[in-house]
Design a protein around this ligand. Structure first.
Ligand code: NAD
Ligand code: TYD
Length: 355
């Protein structure tokens, strides 16, 4: 992959959280690339996430589903893509517990449909083509108090979400080994930052603190996640896209482990200060609720391959990234209010009030 190639890139799921940051980075950093964003605009997809680049001349949006094989064939024929950056997915563990088939459909069938379309269109000549699959560290399972996930760690998914992502990773590798399709995979830890849908821990808690609502902590709050600022993830994908090796997997992580309860306390402290509330006010909202079924205990990524081979490192300390994130939500209350209107209220009721 070289910088002088005039790529036409199909980004899937570009209207979602990570996809929108990635689309923005590629549209602005590579004006000579043509970017086509294919997104079904599910509850998680929102064109407001891309408002600042929607009229860029190298950007084009198409509303459509990655399981629609006829549409994929038509798009490959029309745009002659040279690369796919595959972000579209069902991404929330709690939703996968209530509706696992939706995850099989998009993550397994959708990914396989995209792989087939790319193979069909590129099979005469794979030179300078790339299918880049964006995946998660959750495929590796759950860690105890020590140890890390390496690229060589055996897959051990334990939620319907991670099982569907693991399956999609296996299909990507199967297409590499069986058909020679040029692929890359990255598995990243938990992201946070602007445009994060408020069903996930950090934006949900920011929204609840703003509205003085209880902060639901599953179990005892002792589960550990490794958090990475979303723009650092997008930067890592950029580096791997251009300089990573075909057929390889790269782990991406922040070396930044937080127990959920400690993270929420840090969030409460920062929000009290930004909202001019007395110290300790937001912490009183913490409410321990029934644990998530099959709740993975700890995730921790070893990202040294990415650092040693491609020179990538996270740029932000967590406290700083969290502060930037809170500021963004406080300055974008209209975005927040729009996404929590409509179906969100029903989701919240089912997930937190009726359980
Ligand atoms: P998201 O839920 O915010 O966005 C997903 C996007 O995909 C939405 O825009 C949605 O409309 C679109 N989409 C869903 N189903 C579709 C379909 N059938 N056809 C077309 N578009 C569809 O997800 P995210 O958090 O941005 O995650 C993006 C990718 O990164 C996923 O593959 C996820 O597994 C992976 N990932 C996420 C995290 C994280 O912390 N959020 C961490 C590591 C990896
Ligand atoms: P989440 O943001 O859903 O990401 P993931 O499950 O993919 O790691 O959850 C992060 C952690 O926070 C996870 O351990 C579950 C926990 N959690 C809560 O305690 N309360 C909540 O309301 C949510 C959404 C998550």
């Amino acid at each position: 992959m070289h910088f002088f190639i005039m790529h036409t890139i199909l980004i899937t799921g570009g209207a979602g959280f990570i996809g929108s940051h990635l689309t923005r980075l590629f549209v602005t950093k590579y004006p000579h690339y043509k970017i086509v964003n294919l997104d079904a605009l599910t509850y998680a997809g929102n064109l407001a996430n891309l408002k600042d680049i929607e009229s860029a001349s190298n950007y084009h949006f198409i509303k459509g589903d990655i399981t629609d094989t006829e549409l994929l064939q038509q798009l490959f024929t029309q745009h002659r893509f040279t690369a796919v950056l595959h972000c579209a997915a069902e991404s929330h563990v709690d939703r996968s517990i209530t509706d696992p088939l939706a995850f099989v459909r998009t993550n397994v069938v959708g990914t396989s449909s995209l792989l087939l379309a790319a193979r069909e269109f590129w099979k005469a000549d794979f030179t300078d083509k790339l299918f880049y699959h964006i995946s998660t560290d959750e495929v590796y399972g759950s860690l105890g108090e020590t140890g890390y996930f390496y690229e060589t760690t055996p897959y051990d998914p334990r939620s319907p979400y991670s099982a569907s992502k693991a399956s999609s990773d296996h299909f990507v590798r199967a297409f590499y080994h069986t058909y020679g399709l040029p692929v890359k995979i990255s598995n990243c830890s938990n992201n946070y930052g602007p445009f994060h849908f408020p069903e996930k821990l950090i934006p949900l808690s920011i929204n609840n603190i703003i509205h003085n609502k209880p902060l639901p902590i599953y179990g005892k709050g002792e589960n550990i996640r490794d958090w990475l600022y979303v723009e650092d993830h997008a930067r890592a994908i950029d580096v791997i896209f251009h300089n990573g090796k075909i057929g390889e997997t790269y782990n991406i992580g922040g070396h930044n482990e937080w127990k959920n309860i400690d993270l929420i306390k840090e969030l409460c402290k920062q929000m009290d200060s930004k909202l001019n509330r007395a110290p300790g006010t937001s912490e009183k909202l913490i409410s321990f609720v029934k644990d998530r079924a099959g709740h993975d205990m700890r995730y921790a990524i070893d990202a040294s391959k990415l650092k040693t081979e491609l020179g990538w490192e996270p740029s932000l300390q967590f406290e700083e990234g969290l502060s930037k994130t809170i500021d963004w939500y406080l300055n974008n209350k209209e975005w927040l209010n729009n996404v929590v209107s409509g179906n969100y209220a029903k989701y919240y009721e089912d997930q937190y009030v009726k359980r």
